[in-house]
Write a protein that binds this ligand. Structure first.
Ligand code: ACO
Length: 429
């Protein structure tokens, strides 16, 4: 970080110098850490629309240009040339692994995929119709009750083991949450399969018959995991960092992240996009649907983004995956896909969307893709949580390893009652 001449802010009769920090990419950042001490004033930014909450070296987004970089590498290059485990290594360690490092990492993750045998009994406590995200939130938090030997956050080796355990066990827990919700027996992990293939097998294999997964679906699953691996300081990642800032253990922090991701404004949009395509049903109904969007009766789900004011780079890759999965599952002529393509083409040419810089986001095609792969909509956010776990844990580790790390403690603009004296119940009117 380099510095330029300070910004100046006048509060009452005081002029305060605020250092301007420069990152390697992105806007300048005005350092307001000393502002309160020097001016007796807070800043106000609910929703953090203008506030950098931390320094990070993991992920960079340029929303105007539609750029997403992990440790400097563009997401489309990772999606086409890397795989999910290699991307995990990159996010955690900052560099792509050598062949030996990759082999060791893959072997470590593969050998941590099993759950403690007692852990399986934990699922029985949930109602049989429990939402898989409810199971995920509880089960991931419960990992801290099973793996006491990796809870010391001040021990680098224990932090590493927790990171490996979370990345490795997430698919097993997610598949069990799915199996439990559909009343099928759990399928154990198999070490000769890749990360994505193992997950698909744990979700879709049944004891009654052999299970062979189509390589096109394995590749699509792996790519979907890469696309969702990290997205800098979004709501769930900030939740993980805030929970971790108090010294909470990593399993508890990731459970907090999952809870945040569950909300429809964050992880639930692909389900909404799929429902929208189902409601439209046929390309002929698109003009009527678009008219409703312009009348502000509803939104075009899977379009627009708080940060991207250009094509979400993940959406392009997701569209390719949608083509591949629909071809592999014999659904090239799926009417929902026809509606999606036509809807995208119409919206991209329409002034309403052009003016507002509304482009497809990653969720526009992910619902169709996941549905064609056989996942019910209740699993969509679970898959997102599985993939995002590496981003959460990489960001958590970065925070814990930062020597300047402090507990997160925002202040407030208080607008409640001023001090007053307590009135006993008998004297209240
Ligand atoms: N359809 C129609 N109009 C839209 C849409 C949309 N999808 N998104 C934004 N707009 C309009 C708004 O009505 C507003 O119009 P106005 O200026 O005439 O009032 C303008 O575009 C700006 O929109 P904001 O709501 O200010 O944009 P913001 O950055 O706050 O919202 C959001 C971003 C929440 C993602 C929004 O675009 C949206 O709701 N999209 C649909 C849901 C969705 O697909 N979410 C997934 C995001 S990706 C992810 O989480 C992985």
């Amino acid at each position: 970080m380099t510095q330029t001449p300070p910004a100046k802010v006048t509060v009452g009769d005081k002029v305060i110098d605020l250092p301007i920090l420069k990152g390697s990419l992105g806007p300048d950042v005005i350092d307001i850490r000393k502002l309160y001490a020097q001016s007796d004033a807070f800043t106000y930014d609910p929703g953090f629309t203008s506030t950098a909450s931390c320094e990070s070296k993991i992920t960079y987004i340029d929303g105007d240009q539609g750029v997403l970089l992990h440790r400097g590498y563009p997401i489309d290059q990772l999606a086409s040339q890397s795989n999910f485990l290699e991307t995990c290594y990159l996010l955690l360690h900052g560099e792509l692994p050598s062949a030996a490092e990759y082999e060791k990492f893959e072997s470590t993750i593969t050998r941590h995929t099993m759950l403690h045998a007692q852990f399986d009994r934990f699922f029985d406590g949930f109602r049989r119709d429990a939402h898989p995200m409810a199971i995920m939130t509880g089960a991931v938090g419960a990992l801290s009750a099973f793996y006491h030997d990796s809870l010391d956050i001040h021990d680098a080796q224990q932090r590493e083991i927790s990171a490996h355990r979370l990345i490795a066990k997430m698919p097993t827990i997610a598949a069990r949450a799915f199996k439990y919700s559909v009343g099928q027996p759990f399928v154990h992990p198999k070490n000769n399969l890749s990360y994505a293939e193992n997950f698909l097998r744990m979700c879709f294999a049944v004891p009654a018959e052999d299970y062979v997964v189509d390589p096109a679906l394995v590749r699509a699953m792996d790519r979907i995991f890469i696309l969702h691996a990290d997205h800098e300081q979004n709501a769930s990642t900030s939740t993980v960092r805030l929970a971790g800032s108090s010294g909470a253990n990593p399993f508890a922090c990731i459970a907090a992240g999952i809870a945040c991701l569950w909300g429809p404004s964050h992880g639930g949009a692909n389900e909404e996009a799929l429902n929208m395509l189902r409601e439209i049903g046929t390309p002929e109904k698109i003009p009527e649907f678009i008219a409703g969007v312009k009348d502000r009766r509803y939104k075009l789900m899977g379009f627009g983004h708080r940060v991207y004011k250009n094509y979400d780079p993940r959406a392009k890759v997701m569209q390719t995956s949608a083509y591949e999965v629909l071809a592999a599952t014999g659904r090239e002529n799926d009417p929902l896909f026809q509606v999606a393509k036509e809807l995208e083409a119409v919206a991209l040419k329409d002034e309403f969307f052009i003016e507002r810089k509304l482009f497809p986001n990653v969720d526009f095609y992910s619902g169709i893709t996941l549905s064609a792969m056989g996942f019910p909509t209740t699993m969509f956010t679970v898959l997102f949580a599985l993939a995002r776990t590496v981003g959460w844990i990489a960001q958590w580790k970065e925070m814990i390893e930062d020597p300047g790390q402090k507990i997160g403690r925002p202040r407030q603009l208080y607008t409640g009652a001023t001090q007053r004296d307590f009135v006993p119940l008998s004297q209240r009117g």
